[in-house]
Design a binder for this molecule. Structure first.
Ligand code: ARG
Length: 579
Protein backbone atom coordinates (compact mmCIF):
# COMPACT_ATOMS: atom_id res chain seq x y z
CA UNK A 1 0.00 0.00 0.00
CA UNK A 2 1.74 3.10 -1.14
CA UNK A 3 -0.13 5.66 0.90
CA UNK A 4 -3.01 6.23 3.23
CA UNK A 5 -5.07 7.63 0.40
CA UNK A 6 -4.64 4.34 -1.42
CA UNK A 7 -5.72 2.54 1.72
CA UNK A 8 -8.77 4.76 2.09
CA UNK A 9 -9.65 4.35 -1.57
CA UNK A 10 -9.19 0.60 -1.41
CA UNK A 11 -11.44 0.43 1.65
CA UNK A 12 -14.22 2.35 -0.05
CA UNK A 13 -13.93 0.58 -3.36
CA UNK A 14 -14.09 -2.77 -1.61
CA UNK A 15 -16.92 -1.90 0.75
CA UNK A 16 -19.12 -0.41 -1.95
CA UNK A 17 -18.02 -2.78 -4.70
CA UNK A 18 -16.98 0.05 -7.03
CA UNK A 19 -14.60 -0.18 -10.01
CA UNK A 20 -10.96 -0.08 -8.92
CA UNK A 21 -10.25 3.20 -10.71
CA UNK A 22 -13.13 5.07 -9.06
CA UNK A 23 -12.15 8.59 -8.01
CA UNK A 24 -12.42 9.07 -4.28
CA UNK A 25 -12.32 12.59 -2.87
CA UNK A 26 -10.31 12.61 0.32
CA UNK A 27 -10.54 15.63 2.57
CA UNK A 28 -10.09 16.51 6.19
CA UNK A 29 -12.92 16.71 8.73
CA UNK A 30 -13.85 20.17 10.04
CA UNK A 31 -12.46 19.20 13.44
CA UNK A 32 -9.26 17.12 13.68
CA UNK A 33 -10.76 15.37 16.70
CA UNK A 34 -13.24 13.69 14.35
CA UNK A 35 -10.51 11.86 12.48
CA UNK A 36 -7.62 12.30 10.10
CA UNK A 37 -9.55 12.08 6.84
CA UNK A 38 -13.10 12.54 5.70
CA UNK A 39 -14.56 11.01 2.56
CA UNK A 40 -17.91 12.27 1.27
CA UNK A 41 -20.32 9.62 -0.01
CA UNK A 42 -22.34 11.99 -2.26
CA UNK A 43 -20.44 11.12 -5.44
CA UNK A 44 -21.44 7.45 -5.15
CA UNK A 45 -25.07 7.96 -4.15
CA UNK A 46 -26.30 8.29 -7.71
CA UNK A 47 -24.48 5.32 -9.23
CA UNK A 48 -25.28 3.07 -6.31
CA UNK A 49 -28.83 4.40 -5.88
CA UNK A 50 -28.47 4.67 -2.17
CA UNK A 51 -28.47 7.49 0.38
CA UNK A 52 -25.00 8.87 1.25
CA UNK A 53 -25.52 8.23 4.96
CA UNK A 54 -26.41 4.56 4.28
CA UNK A 55 -23.32 4.21 2.11
CA UNK A 56 -21.22 5.72 4.91
CA UNK A 57 -22.60 3.10 7.27
CA UNK A 58 -21.90 0.36 4.72
CA UNK A 59 -18.23 1.43 4.53
CA UNK A 60 -17.94 1.50 8.30
CA UNK A 61 -19.52 -1.97 8.63
CA UNK A 62 -17.08 -3.45 6.14
CA UNK A 63 -14.04 -1.71 7.61
CA UNK A 64 -11.14 -3.78 8.92
CA UNK A 65 -8.31 -1.98 10.64
CA UNK A 66 -5.03 -2.32 8.76
CA UNK A 67 -2.70 -0.66 6.27
CA UNK A 68 -2.25 2.19 8.69
CA UNK A 69 -5.96 2.80 9.16
CA UNK A 70 -7.17 2.42 12.76
CA UNK A 71 -10.84 3.25 12.61
CA UNK A 72 -13.68 4.42 10.42
CA UNK A 73 -16.74 6.27 11.70
CA UNK A 74 -19.84 7.40 9.87
CA UNK A 75 -20.73 11.01 10.33
CA UNK A 76 -23.84 11.75 8.31
CA UNK A 77 -22.86 11.48 4.64
CA UNK A 78 -19.16 11.27 5.47
CA UNK A 79 -16.82 8.53 6.59
CA UNK A 80 -14.12 9.77 8.94
CA UNK A 81 -10.97 7.70 9.08
CA UNK A 82 -8.41 7.66 11.80
CA UNK A 83 -4.91 6.45 11.19
CA UNK A 84 -2.98 4.04 13.30
CA UNK A 85 -0.08 6.42 13.52
CA UNK A 86 2.72 4.08 14.62
CA UNK A 87 1.78 1.49 12.00
CA UNK A 88 1.24 4.14 9.41
CA UNK A 89 4.63 5.75 10.09
CA UNK A 90 6.44 2.42 10.11
CA UNK A 91 4.91 1.42 6.77
CA UNK A 92 5.54 4.79 5.23
CA UNK A 93 9.18 5.16 6.25
CA UNK A 94 9.81 1.52 5.40
CA UNK A 95 8.37 1.99 1.95
CA UNK A 96 10.32 5.16 1.23
CA UNK A 97 13.57 3.56 2.35
CA UNK A 98 12.87 0.49 0.27
CA UNK A 99 11.65 2.20 -2.91
CA UNK A 100 14.27 4.96 -2.72
CA UNK A 101 14.42 6.87 -5.99
CA UNK A 102 11.24 5.15 -7.16
CA UNK A 103 9.09 6.13 -4.18
CA UNK A 104 6.04 7.84 -5.65
CA UNK A 105 6.27 5.83 -8.85
CA UNK A 106 3.80 3.13 -9.80
CA UNK A 107 4.92 -0.29 -8.67
CA UNK A 108 3.65 -1.89 -11.88
CA UNK A 109 3.37 -0.86 -15.52
CA UNK A 110 0.18 0.95 -16.53
CA UNK A 111 -1.78 -1.46 -18.71
CA UNK A 112 -4.96 -1.55 -20.77
CA UNK A 113 -7.79 -4.07 -20.38
CA UNK A 114 -5.74 -6.71 -22.22
CA UNK A 115 -2.75 -6.24 -19.98
CA UNK A 116 -0.77 -4.40 -22.67
CA UNK A 117 1.43 -1.58 -21.38
CA UNK A 118 0.04 1.86 -22.20
CA UNK A 119 2.07 4.04 -24.53
CA UNK A 120 2.19 7.81 -24.73
CA UNK A 121 3.96 9.75 -27.46
CA UNK A 122 4.92 13.17 -26.17
CA UNK A 123 5.76 15.77 -28.81
CA UNK A 124 7.77 18.47 -27.12
CA UNK A 125 10.35 21.15 -27.72
CA UNK A 126 10.16 20.59 -31.53
CA UNK A 127 12.10 23.76 -32.36
CA UNK A 128 12.52 25.25 -35.81
CA UNK A 129 15.94 24.99 -37.37
CA UNK A 130 18.15 27.88 -38.44
CA UNK A 131 17.39 29.90 -35.36
CA UNK A 132 18.57 29.69 -31.79
CA UNK A 133 16.71 28.09 -28.97
CA UNK A 134 15.16 31.18 -27.47
CA UNK A 135 14.33 31.45 -23.83
CA UNK A 136 10.67 30.77 -24.48
CA UNK A 137 11.58 27.31 -25.79
CA UNK A 138 12.13 26.35 -22.17
CA UNK A 139 8.37 26.05 -21.83
CA UNK A 140 7.63 23.23 -24.24
CA UNK A 141 10.99 21.65 -23.52
CA UNK A 142 10.70 21.42 -19.75
CA UNK A 143 6.95 20.84 -19.52
CA UNK A 144 7.43 18.05 -22.07
CA UNK A 145 10.44 16.58 -20.32
CA UNK A 146 8.58 16.64 -16.99
CA UNK A 147 5.58 14.92 -18.56
CA UNK A 148 7.88 12.24 -20.00
CA UNK A 149 9.25 11.59 -16.50
CA UNK A 150 5.84 11.67 -14.87
CA UNK A 151 4.27 9.24 -17.35
CA UNK A 152 7.27 6.94 -17.05
CA UNK A 153 6.89 7.06 -13.27
CA UNK A 154 3.26 6.11 -13.70
CA UNK A 155 4.30 3.00 -15.60
CA UNK A 156 3.67 4.15 -19.16
CA UNK A 157 5.95 3.44 -22.08
CA UNK A 158 7.00 6.94 -23.11
CA UNK A 159 8.19 8.10 -26.50
CA UNK A 160 9.62 11.62 -26.29
CA UNK A 161 9.25 13.01 -29.79
CA UNK A 162 11.09 15.94 -31.33
CA UNK A 163 9.14 17.13 -34.37
CA UNK A 164 11.89 19.33 -35.68
CA UNK A 165 10.63 22.31 -37.68
CA UNK A 166 12.83 21.72 -40.70
CA UNK A 167 10.39 22.17 -43.56
CA UNK A 168 8.18 24.81 -45.10
CA UNK A 169 8.53 28.06 -47.01
CA UNK A 170 10.77 29.55 -44.31
CA UNK A 171 13.50 27.27 -45.54
CA UNK A 172 13.03 28.55 -49.07
CA UNK A 173 13.58 32.01 -47.66
CA UNK A 174 16.77 30.93 -45.92
CA UNK A 175 18.19 29.41 -49.06
CA UNK A 176 17.27 32.51 -51.07
CA UNK A 177 18.94 34.71 -48.46
CA UNK A 178 22.02 32.53 -48.50
CA UNK A 179 22.26 32.74 -52.29
CA UNK A 180 21.68 36.47 -52.28
CA UNK A 181 24.01 37.50 -49.46
CA UNK A 182 25.48 34.62 -47.51
CA UNK A 183 27.45 33.01 -50.28
CA UNK A 184 28.57 36.17 -52.14
CA UNK A 185 29.57 37.83 -48.86
CA UNK A 186 31.55 34.77 -47.86
CA UNK A 187 29.63 34.18 -44.62
CA UNK A 188 31.36 31.40 -42.67
CA UNK A 189 28.86 29.10 -41.04
CA UNK A 190 31.48 27.01 -39.29
CA UNK A 191 31.42 29.31 -36.32
CA UNK A 192 28.21 30.42 -34.66
CA UNK A 193 26.35 29.37 -37.79
CA UNK A 194 22.90 29.66 -36.32
CA UNK A 195 23.38 33.34 -35.46
CA UNK A 196 24.44 34.01 -39.02
CA UNK A 197 21.56 32.05 -40.49
CA UNK A 198 19.10 33.85 -38.32
CA UNK A 199 20.60 37.21 -39.30
CA UNK A 200 20.16 36.28 -42.96
CA UNK A 201 16.59 35.36 -42.30
CA UNK A 202 15.82 38.59 -40.49
CA UNK A 203 17.47 40.57 -43.27
CA UNK A 204 15.39 38.76 -45.85
CA UNK A 205 12.17 39.49 -43.99
CA UNK A 206 13.11 43.15 -43.88
CA UNK A 207 13.96 43.29 -47.57
CA UNK A 208 10.72 41.49 -48.37
CA UNK A 209 8.72 44.41 -47.04
CA UNK A 210 10.19 46.60 -49.80
CA UNK A 211 10.34 44.01 -52.54
CA UNK A 212 7.48 41.51 -52.86
CA UNK A 213 9.41 39.66 -55.57
CA UNK A 214 11.52 38.15 -52.82
CA UNK A 215 8.46 36.27 -51.68
CA UNK A 216 8.23 34.63 -55.08
CA UNK A 217 11.92 33.83 -54.97
CA UNK A 218 11.61 32.16 -51.57
CA UNK A 219 8.68 30.10 -52.78
CA UNK A 220 10.67 29.05 -55.81
CA UNK A 221 13.50 27.85 -53.61
CA UNK A 222 11.14 25.93 -51.42
CA UNK A 223 9.58 24.37 -54.49
CA UNK A 224 13.07 23.33 -55.58
CA UNK A 225 13.74 21.92 -52.17
CA UNK A 226 10.52 19.94 -52.31
CA UNK A 227 11.40 18.83 -55.83
CA UNK A 228 14.74 17.43 -54.68
CA UNK A 229 17.00 20.03 -56.33
CA UNK A 230 20.56 19.05 -55.42
CA UNK A 231 21.80 22.49 -54.43
CA UNK A 232 18.71 23.34 -52.39
CA UNK A 233 18.96 20.01 -50.62
CA UNK A 234 22.62 20.40 -49.81
CA UNK A 235 22.16 23.87 -48.33
CA UNK A 236 19.11 22.87 -46.35
CA UNK A 237 20.82 19.84 -44.88
CA UNK A 238 23.85 21.91 -43.90
CA UNK A 239 21.62 24.45 -42.11
CA UNK A 240 19.83 21.59 -40.43
CA UNK A 241 23.02 19.97 -39.16
CA UNK A 242 24.38 23.23 -37.80
CA UNK A 243 21.14 23.83 -35.96
CA UNK A 244 20.91 20.32 -34.55
CA UNK A 245 24.43 20.53 -33.18
CA UNK A 246 23.58 23.74 -31.38
CA UNK A 247 20.29 22.40 -30.02
CA UNK A 248 22.09 19.32 -28.80
CA UNK A 249 24.54 21.41 -26.81
CA UNK A 250 21.77 23.27 -24.96
CA UNK A 251 19.60 20.18 -24.50
CA UNK A 252 22.45 18.25 -22.95
CA UNK A 253 22.89 20.93 -20.30
CA UNK A 254 19.32 20.57 -19.11
CA UNK A 255 19.28 16.81 -19.48
CA UNK A 256 16.92 16.67 -22.45
CA UNK A 257 17.10 13.64 -24.71
CA UNK A 258 14.52 12.41 -27.19
CA UNK A 259 13.46 8.90 -28.06
CA UNK A 260 12.48 9.91 -31.57
CA UNK A 261 13.57 12.71 -33.83
CA UNK A 262 11.56 13.12 -37.00
CA UNK A 263 11.62 16.52 -38.64
CA UNK A 264 8.73 17.81 -40.65
CA UNK A 265 10.83 17.03 -43.73
CA UNK A 266 10.52 13.33 -42.99
CA UNK A 267 6.86 13.55 -43.94
CA UNK A 268 7.45 14.83 -47.43
CA UNK A 269 6.52 11.61 -49.15
CA UNK A 270 4.03 10.60 -46.50
CA UNK A 271 1.69 13.46 -47.22
CA UNK A 272 0.38 12.38 -50.61
CA UNK A 273 -1.12 9.15 -49.28
CA UNK A 274 -2.82 11.13 -46.52
CA UNK A 275 -4.16 13.71 -48.97
CA UNK A 276 -5.37 10.92 -51.22
CA UNK A 277 -7.09 9.19 -48.34
CA UNK A 278 -8.81 12.36 -47.19
CA UNK A 279 -9.92 13.02 -50.76
CA UNK A 280 -11.24 9.47 -51.12
CA UNK A 281 -13.26 9.98 -47.96
CA UNK A 282 -14.75 13.07 -49.57
CA UNK A 283 -13.35 15.40 -46.96
CA UNK A 284 -11.25 17.71 -49.08
CA UNK A 285 -12.43 20.43 -51.43
CA UNK A 286 -10.67 22.84 -53.72
CA UNK A 287 -10.74 26.46 -52.73
CA UNK A 288 -9.00 28.83 -55.18
CA UNK A 289 -6.80 25.95 -56.21
CA UNK A 290 -5.85 25.07 -52.64
CA UNK A 291 -6.81 21.78 -51.00
CA UNK A 292 -8.77 22.32 -47.80
CA UNK A 293 -11.07 20.54 -45.39
CA UNK A 294 -14.07 22.72 -44.69
CA UNK A 295 -14.77 23.01 -40.98
CA UNK A 296 -17.56 25.58 -41.09
CA UNK A 297 -19.87 23.08 -39.38
CA UNK A 298 -17.41 23.12 -36.48
CA UNK A 299 -17.24 26.90 -36.41
CA UNK A 300 -13.64 26.85 -37.55
CA UNK A 301 -11.90 28.21 -40.61
CA UNK A 302 -11.00 25.57 -43.21
CA UNK A 303 -7.94 23.44 -42.53
CA UNK A 304 -5.50 24.23 -45.32
CA UNK A 305 -3.62 21.16 -46.53
CA UNK A 306 -2.05 22.19 -49.81
CA UNK A 307 -1.49 25.61 -51.30
CA UNK A 308 -2.27 26.63 -54.89
CA UNK A 309 1.41 26.27 -55.76
CA UNK A 310 1.37 22.67 -54.55
CA UNK A 311 3.32 23.35 -51.34
CA UNK A 312 2.13 21.33 -48.39
CA UNK A 313 1.53 22.81 -44.99
CA UNK A 314 2.15 22.39 -41.32
CA UNK A 315 -1.25 20.77 -40.73
CA UNK A 316 -0.65 18.23 -43.50
CA UNK A 317 2.66 17.25 -41.93
CA UNK A 318 1.08 17.00 -38.50
CA UNK A 319 -1.60 14.65 -39.80
CA UNK A 320 0.95 12.53 -41.66
CA UNK A 321 3.10 12.44 -38.55
CA UNK A 322 0.23 11.36 -36.33
CA UNK A 323 -0.46 8.49 -38.75
CA UNK A 324 3.21 7.56 -38.61
CA UNK A 325 3.37 7.77 -34.81
CA UNK A 326 0.36 5.52 -34.56
CA UNK A 327 1.83 2.99 -36.99
CA UNK A 328 5.14 3.04 -35.18
CA UNK A 329 4.05 2.95 -31.53
CA UNK A 330 0.30 2.35 -31.61
CA UNK A 331 -0.06 4.90 -28.86
CA UNK A 332 -2.86 5.11 -26.35
CA UNK A 333 -2.29 8.79 -25.98
CA UNK A 334 -0.38 11.38 -28.00
CA UNK A 335 0.39 14.70 -26.36
CA UNK A 336 1.46 17.85 -28.16
CA UNK A 337 3.19 20.22 -25.77
CA UNK A 338 2.85 23.40 -27.78
CA UNK A 339 2.00 27.01 -26.92
CA UNK A 340 -1.63 28.01 -26.71
CA UNK A 341 -1.08 30.28 -29.71
CA UNK A 342 -1.43 27.12 -31.85
CA UNK A 343 -4.72 26.02 -30.34
CA UNK A 344 -6.68 26.56 -33.53
CA UNK A 345 -4.14 24.60 -35.59
CA UNK A 346 -4.54 21.59 -33.29
CA UNK A 347 -8.31 21.85 -33.05
CA UNK A 348 -8.47 21.94 -36.83
CA UNK A 349 -6.34 18.98 -37.67
CA UNK A 350 -7.62 16.92 -34.74
CA UNK A 351 -11.05 17.48 -36.25
CA UNK A 352 -9.86 16.41 -39.70
CA UNK A 353 -8.44 13.23 -38.19
CA UNK A 354 -11.73 12.61 -36.44
CA UNK A 355 -13.75 13.16 -39.61
CA UNK A 356 -11.42 10.77 -41.42
CA UNK A 357 -12.22 8.15 -38.80
CA UNK A 358 -8.61 7.40 -37.96
CA UNK A 359 -8.43 4.93 -35.09
CA UNK A 360 -6.35 7.26 -32.91
CA UNK A 361 -8.64 10.27 -33.32
CA UNK A 362 -9.77 10.47 -29.71
CA UNK A 363 -6.30 9.97 -28.29
CA UNK A 364 -4.70 13.24 -29.32
CA UNK A 365 -4.31 16.09 -26.88
CA UNK A 366 -2.90 19.56 -27.24
CA UNK A 367 -1.13 20.28 -23.95
CA UNK A 368 -1.15 24.05 -24.26
CA UNK A 369 0.83 26.56 -22.27
CA UNK A 370 1.02 30.32 -21.86
CA UNK A 371 3.70 32.75 -22.88
CA UNK A 372 6.74 34.10 -21.16
CA UNK A 373 6.81 37.83 -20.64
CA UNK A 374 9.72 40.02 -19.75
CA UNK A 375 8.40 43.08 -18.01
CA UNK A 376 5.04 42.43 -19.59
CA UNK A 377 6.44 41.95 -23.11
CA UNK A 378 6.12 38.69 -25.01
CA UNK A 379 9.34 37.27 -26.42
CA UNK A 380 9.67 36.22 -30.02
CA UNK A 381 12.52 34.44 -31.68
CA UNK A 382 12.38 35.54 -35.30
CA UNK A 383 13.33 39.13 -35.83
CA UNK A 384 14.07 41.47 -33.03
CA UNK A 385 14.84 41.12 -29.40
CA UNK A 386 15.55 37.56 -28.54
CA UNK A 387 16.66 36.30 -25.21
CA UNK A 388 18.53 33.11 -25.88
CA UNK A 389 18.01 30.08 -23.75
CA UNK A 390 21.70 29.31 -23.30
CA UNK A 391 22.36 32.90 -22.23
CA UNK A 392 19.65 32.73 -19.61
CA UNK A 393 21.06 29.43 -18.34
CA UNK A 394 24.59 30.84 -18.18
CA UNK A 395 23.54 33.95 -16.37
CA UNK A 396 21.51 32.01 -13.83
CA UNK A 397 24.45 29.68 -13.12
CA UNK A 398 26.84 32.64 -12.78
CA UNK A 399 24.61 34.47 -10.34
CA UNK A 400 24.06 31.40 -8.24
CA UNK A 401 27.78 30.72 -8.21
CA UNK A 402 28.37 34.16 -6.74
CA UNK A 403 25.87 33.43 -3.96
CA UNK A 404 27.40 30.04 -3.17
CA UNK A 405 30.88 31.53 -3.11
CA UNK A 406 29.69 33.82 -0.37
CA UNK A 407 27.61 31.33 1.58
CA UNK A 408 29.82 28.30 1.42
CA UNK A 409 33.48 29.22 1.48
CA UNK A 410 34.63 25.61 1.99
CA UNK A 411 33.26 24.24 -1.24
CA UNK A 412 35.95 23.33 -3.80
CA UNK A 413 35.74 25.47 -6.95
CA UNK A 414 34.92 22.59 -9.26
CA UNK A 415 32.05 21.36 -7.12
CA UNK A 416 30.84 24.93 -6.77
CA UNK A 417 30.61 25.32 -10.54
CA UNK A 418 28.72 22.06 -10.84
CA UNK A 419 26.29 22.94 -8.06
CA UNK A 420 25.84 26.46 -9.45
CA UNK A 421 24.79 24.93 -12.74
CA UNK A 422 22.36 22.57 -11.06
CA UNK A 423 20.83 25.36 -9.02
CA UNK A 424 20.95 28.05 -11.71
CA UNK A 425 19.30 25.81 -14.30
CA UNK A 426 16.99 24.50 -11.59
CA UNK A 427 15.87 28.06 -10.84
CA UNK A 428 14.94 28.61 -14.48
CA UNK A 429 13.17 25.28 -14.73
CA UNK A 430 11.29 25.73 -11.49
CA UNK A 431 10.12 29.22 -12.47
CA UNK A 432 8.76 27.70 -15.65
CA UNK A 433 7.01 24.75 -14.02
CA UNK A 434 5.70 26.18 -10.79
CA UNK A 435 2.50 27.60 -12.20
CA UNK A 436 -0.41 26.11 -14.06
CA UNK A 437 0.88 25.73 -17.58
CA UNK A 438 -1.79 27.74 -19.41
CA UNK A 439 -0.92 30.80 -17.38
CA UNK A 440 1.60 33.25 -18.78
CA UNK A 441 4.91 33.38 -16.93
CA UNK A 442 6.37 36.70 -15.88
CA UNK A 443 10.12 36.41 -15.97
CA UNK A 444 11.78 38.08 -13.01
CA UNK A 445 15.48 37.43 -12.41
CA UNK A 446 15.52 38.45 -8.81
CA UNK A 447 12.55 36.47 -7.77
CA UNK A 448 13.51 33.28 -9.51
CA UNK A 449 17.05 33.13 -8.21
CA UNK A 450 16.15 33.88 -4.58
CA UNK A 451 16.96 31.27 -1.96
CA UNK A 452 13.71 32.13 -0.21
CA UNK A 453 10.17 32.06 -1.55
CA UNK A 454 8.55 29.94 -4.26
CA UNK A 455 11.77 29.12 -6.02
CA UNK A 456 13.91 26.29 -7.26
CA UNK A 457 16.93 27.39 -5.20
CA UNK A 458 14.77 27.32 -2.07
CA UNK A 459 13.79 23.69 -2.69
CA UNK A 460 17.30 22.62 -3.58
CA UNK A 461 18.68 24.49 -0.59
CA UNK A 462 16.30 22.63 1.71
CA UNK A 463 17.48 19.37 0.19
CA UNK A 464 21.13 20.26 0.77
CA UNK A 465 20.28 21.37 4.30
CA UNK A 466 18.66 18.06 5.17
CA UNK A 467 21.63 16.25 3.65
CA UNK A 468 23.93 18.27 5.87
CA UNK A 469 21.86 17.62 9.00
CA UNK A 470 22.00 13.89 8.34
CA UNK A 471 25.71 13.97 7.55
CA UNK A 472 26.60 15.99 10.60
CA UNK A 473 24.52 13.86 12.97
CA UNK A 474 26.46 10.73 12.05
CA UNK A 475 23.38 8.81 13.18
CA UNK A 476 22.58 5.46 11.56
CA UNK A 477 18.86 5.50 10.77
CA UNK A 478 18.48 1.75 10.23
CA UNK A 479 16.44 0.22 13.02
CA UNK A 480 14.67 3.48 13.85
CA UNK A 481 11.35 3.21 15.69
CA UNK A 482 8.90 5.49 13.87
CA UNK A 483 6.46 5.17 16.79
CA UNK A 484 8.68 7.70 18.56
CA UNK A 485 7.53 10.36 16.09
CA UNK A 486 4.75 11.80 18.17
CA UNK A 487 4.74 15.56 17.63
CA UNK A 488 2.20 17.28 15.43
CA UNK A 489 4.88 18.82 13.21
CA UNK A 490 6.35 15.38 12.53
CA UNK A 491 2.92 14.06 11.75
CA UNK A 492 2.28 16.85 9.25
CA UNK A 493 5.56 16.04 7.49
CA UNK A 494 4.70 12.34 7.37
CA UNK A 495 1.23 13.03 5.97
CA UNK A 496 2.71 15.06 3.17
CA UNK A 497 5.20 12.32 2.37
CA UNK A 498 2.40 9.82 2.09
CA UNK A 499 0.60 12.05 -0.42
CA UNK A 500 3.43 12.07 -2.93
CA UNK A 501 2.26 9.09 -5.03
CA UNK A 502 -1.15 10.70 -5.29
CA UNK A 503 0.38 13.99 -6.45
CA UNK A 504 2.31 12.21 -9.18
CA UNK A 505 -0.90 10.59 -10.40
CA UNK A 506 -2.66 13.92 -10.29
CA UNK A 507 0.08 15.63 -12.27
CA UNK A 508 -0.10 12.88 -14.89
CA UNK A 509 -3.88 12.86 -15.12
CA UNK A 510 -3.94 16.60 -15.77
CA UNK A 511 -0.65 16.90 -17.63
CA UNK A 512 0.32 19.47 -15.03
CA UNK A 513 3.91 19.28 -13.74
CA UNK A 514 3.17 22.25 -11.50
CA UNK A 515 1.51 19.84 -9.07
CA UNK A 516 4.92 18.36 -8.45
CA UNK A 517 6.64 21.73 -8.12
CA UNK A 518 3.97 22.88 -5.67
CA UNK A 519 4.35 19.65 -3.74
CA UNK A 520 8.11 20.14 -3.44
CA UNK A 521 7.52 23.59 -1.97
CA UNK A 522 4.93 22.30 0.51
CA UNK A 523 7.26 19.57 1.63
CA UNK A 524 10.14 22.00 2.12
CA UNK A 525 7.94 24.31 4.16
CA UNK A 526 6.62 21.49 6.32
CA UNK A 527 10.15 20.30 6.96
CA UNK A 528 11.30 23.80 7.76
CA UNK A 529 8.60 24.44 10.30
CA UNK A 530 9.24 21.07 11.94
CA UNK A 531 12.97 21.78 12.08
CA UNK A 532 12.40 25.26 13.49
CA UNK A 533 10.65 23.79 16.54
CA UNK A 534 14.05 22.64 17.75
CA UNK A 535 15.27 26.24 17.92
CA UNK A 536 12.89 26.95 20.78
CA UNK A 537 12.98 23.65 22.58
CA UNK A 538 16.08 21.40 22.54
CA UNK A 539 13.87 18.35 23.18
CA UNK A 540 12.26 19.03 19.78
CA UNK A 541 15.53 19.20 17.86
CA UNK A 542 15.81 16.68 15.04
CA UNK A 543 19.12 15.44 16.39
CA UNK A 544 17.96 15.65 20.00
CA UNK A 545 19.69 14.18 23.05
CA UNK A 546 17.60 11.05 23.28
CA UNK A 547 19.38 8.70 20.83
CA UNK A 548 16.35 6.61 19.82
CA UNK A 549 14.15 9.66 19.24
CA UNK A 550 16.95 11.27 17.27
CA UNK A 551 17.27 8.11 15.18
CA UNK A 552 13.54 8.14 14.39
CA UNK A 553 13.59 11.84 13.53
CA UNK A 554 16.60 11.46 11.29
CA UNK A 555 14.83 8.58 9.56
CA UNK A 556 11.93 10.94 8.89
CA UNK A 557 14.36 13.59 7.66
CA UNK A 558 15.94 11.05 5.27
CA UNK A 559 12.50 10.19 3.96
CA UNK A 560 11.88 13.88 3.30
CA UNK A 561 15.21 14.16 1.53
CA UNK A 562 14.47 11.17 -0.68
CA UNK A 563 10.96 12.28 -1.53
CA UNK A 564 12.07 15.82 -2.27
CA UNK A 565 14.81 14.54 -4.57
CA UNK A 566 12.25 12.33 -6.33
CA UNK A 567 9.88 15.26 -6.82
CA UNK A 568 12.63 17.50 -8.17
CA UNK A 569 13.83 14.78 -10.48
CA UNK A 570 10.35 14.42 -12.00
CA UNK A 571 10.45 18.07 -13.03
CA UNK A 572 13.99 17.84 -14.36
CA UNK A 573 15.90 19.30 -11.42
CA UNK A 574 18.97 18.00 -9.64
CA UNK A 575 19.07 17.66 -5.85
CA UNK A 576 22.53 18.73 -4.68
CA UNK A 577 23.93 17.31 -1.45
CA UNK A 578 25.55 20.60 -0.53
CA UNK A 579 25.08 24.20 -1.52
N1 ARG B 1 8.04 23.72 -34.75
C1 ARG B 1 6.83 24.25 -34.22
C2 ARG B 1 7.07 25.68 -33.70
O1 ARG B 1 8.19 26.00 -33.35
C3 ARG B 1 6.27 23.45 -33.08
C4 ARG B 1 5.90 22.05 -33.45
C5 ARG B 1 4.97 21.46 -32.45
N2 ARG B 1 4.58 20.12 -32.72
C6 ARG B 1 3.70 19.76 -33.65
N3 ARG B 1 3.46 18.48 -33.81
N4 ARG B 1 3.04 20.63 -34.37
O2 ARG B 1 6.13 26.43 -33.63
Amino acid sequence: MSSFTDAVRATIVRALDLPADTKVAIGTPPDPAMGDFAVPMFPFAKVLRNAPSRLAQQVVDAFDPGNGLASAEASGPFVNFRLDRPVFLTNLLGEIAERGATFGHAARPAVDADGRQLTVVIDYSSPNISKHLAYHHIRSTMIGKALCSIYAALGWRVVGFNFLGDWGTTHGMLIAAWKMWGEPEGVDLAEDGVTKLNALYVRYREALKEDPALDVLAREWFAKLEGGDVEARALWSRFREISLAEFEEVFSRIGVTFDALYGESFYEDRMDPVLADLAAKGLTTLSDGAVVVELADEQMPPCLLRKQDGATLYATRDIASAVHRHEEWSFDRALYVVGKGQTLHFRQWFKVVEKAGYPFAGRLEHVAFGQIRFGGVKTSSRGGNVTLLHEVLDRAADQIEAVITEKNTDMPAEQRREVARQVGYGAIIFADLSRERVKDVEFDWERLLAFEGDTGPYCQYQHARIASIIRKSGVETAGAAPALLTTEAEWQVALLLSQFPEKVRHAGARNEPHWIAGYALDLCRAFSSWYAKGNKDPALKVNCDDPETARARLALASAVKQTLANALSLIGMAAPEAM
